[in-house]
Design a protein around this ligand. Sequence first.
Ligand SMILES: Nc1nc2c(c(=O)[nH]1)N[C@H]1C(S)=C(S)[C@@H](COP(=O)(O)O)O[C@H]1N2
Ligand SMILES: [Mo]
Length: 198
Amino acid sequence: MGIVSPGFHGRRRGNTMLPPGQYEEEDFPVLSAGPTPRVPTDRWQFTITSETGERYSWSWAEFQALPQETPTVDIHCVTRWSKFATTWKGVSLDTLFEDVETAADYAMIHSYGGYTTNLPLEDLLDGQAWVAHRYDGEDLDPEHGGPARLLVPHLYFWKSAKWVRGIQLMPEDSPGFWEAAGYHDRGDPWREERYQGD
Ligand SMILES: Nc1nc2c(c(=O)[nH]1)N[C@H]1C(S)=C(S)[C@@H](COP(=O)(O)O)O[C@H]1N2
Ligand SMILES: [Mo]
């Protein structure tokens, strides 16, 4: 992929759809900084921890019993591929945060396997983020983050932590794995926020 036939994708190639510096990818590349952790759903747990140490946890069964949404979204990787109209199933972060009491402005996402990424809490709320467990009508592949991953499509895809296990709320911002390595703190693809200083 990468060769563009003008006309075939013209409708979706308008500037309004493809962020600057991105190309359209038809496949679904796998990008993982380490080995794929295997997390059986009977051991899976998802926990939001507030800045005061309050814990809100869901087992796999409890998570599945929450209201489910089926977002269709475009995704944008900082390595310059974008994929249009990906279809997911999962739980909105608004649902997971419903009973969470917090005054924190920042969140650190933690994954099984040790990956982390940081976001302002407001980027996770108001219909902008999900914990997704199905992709394209199937259970999410382990390579793509199964049993469940964060999905934050309005930011570069490194913010969409695979094998997500929890969220730590923080009063102060703090860098995650790629952010500490020089990637942008927020990563808005429409502003082309790839690296620190962009
Ligand atoms: N746990 C974890 N999550 C991760 C990563 C990772 O290495 N580990 N890579 C990130 C990056 S850089 C990208 S582009 C996407 C890739 O997701 P995919 O492999 O499903 O395409 O996952 C993100 N989430
Ligand atoms: Mo990425």
